[in-house]
Design a protein around this ligand. Structure first.
Ligand code: FES
Length: 93
């Protein structure tokens, strides 16, 4: 959201890399869960996003996770997911 672009996110691929493979560029810097440049929210907000993390302490508070905030650089989709990422752009492939 809000573009309506869709992409497949394999279980073993972080959402950011899955988007990139589909030609969608999401904001990012560190790509390891610390800088929060990629921070976005599952749509609609206010519900936990169906994602998992393979790092112990992604840069999100418990409250942020509960409210649907996620870090696509290190989050893995566990189900269909709609993210609110207004700064997403089409990337050159
Ligand atoms: S790119 Fe730094 S936390 Fe995601």
């Amino acid at each position: 959201m809000p573009s309506g672009w869709q992409f497949e996110a394999p279980l073993d691929t972080p959402i950011l890399l899955a988007a990139q493979a589909a030609g969608i560029k999401l904001p990012s810097l560190c790509r390891n869960g610390t800088c929060r440049a990629c921070l976005c929210q599952a749509h609609p907000g206010g519900a936990s996003a169906p994602v998992t993390y393979r790092i112990e302490w992604p840069g999100l508070s418990r409250d942020e996770k509960r409210d649907g905030w996620l870090l696509p650089c290190c989050a893995y989709a566990g189900a269909d997911l709609v993210i609110d990422a207004p700064d997403a752009a089409r990337a050159a492939l």
